[in-house]
Write a protein that binds this ligand. Sequence first.
Ligand code: ZN
Length: 149
Amino acid sequence: MRRRRPAARQRAVKRARPTRTMLAAMAALAQEARERAHAPYSRFKVGAALKTRTGEIVTGCNIENASYGLSMCAERVAVFKAVSEGLEDFDVITVVADSKRITPPCGPCRQILWEYCGDILVHMTDLKGRSRTMRLAELLPLPFDGGHL
Ligand SMILES: [Zn+2]
């Protein structure tokens, strides 16, 4: 069994910015995943696409439950799918939603992303083609992680 590198060490890895073409491809995959969202309660569909540095892409959609607290966000579905498949060393996540403002990952997703992805690039898009890209460290300043334990 491989040991996952702590996020703190991943931050030291050289950052290569993804191309517009790559971000567009990831947004398209995230939109496809969004269509598979199970959101009968909120009707707020979200899709995500998570990429490794070697180019593997794993998608996720939000999955709700009648017991609301059991619902899972698209970002975490993508991360957990990827981790369960043995993938690591992620560099970009794309999140697609349809709302008045660009939708960023929620607090718990930011924490999970930090744990497994470190200071990943977060590309937030919507169905109108608007987008915003930020580093996770901007979205989660002063993060709590294994370095504190
Ligand atoms: Zn979330």
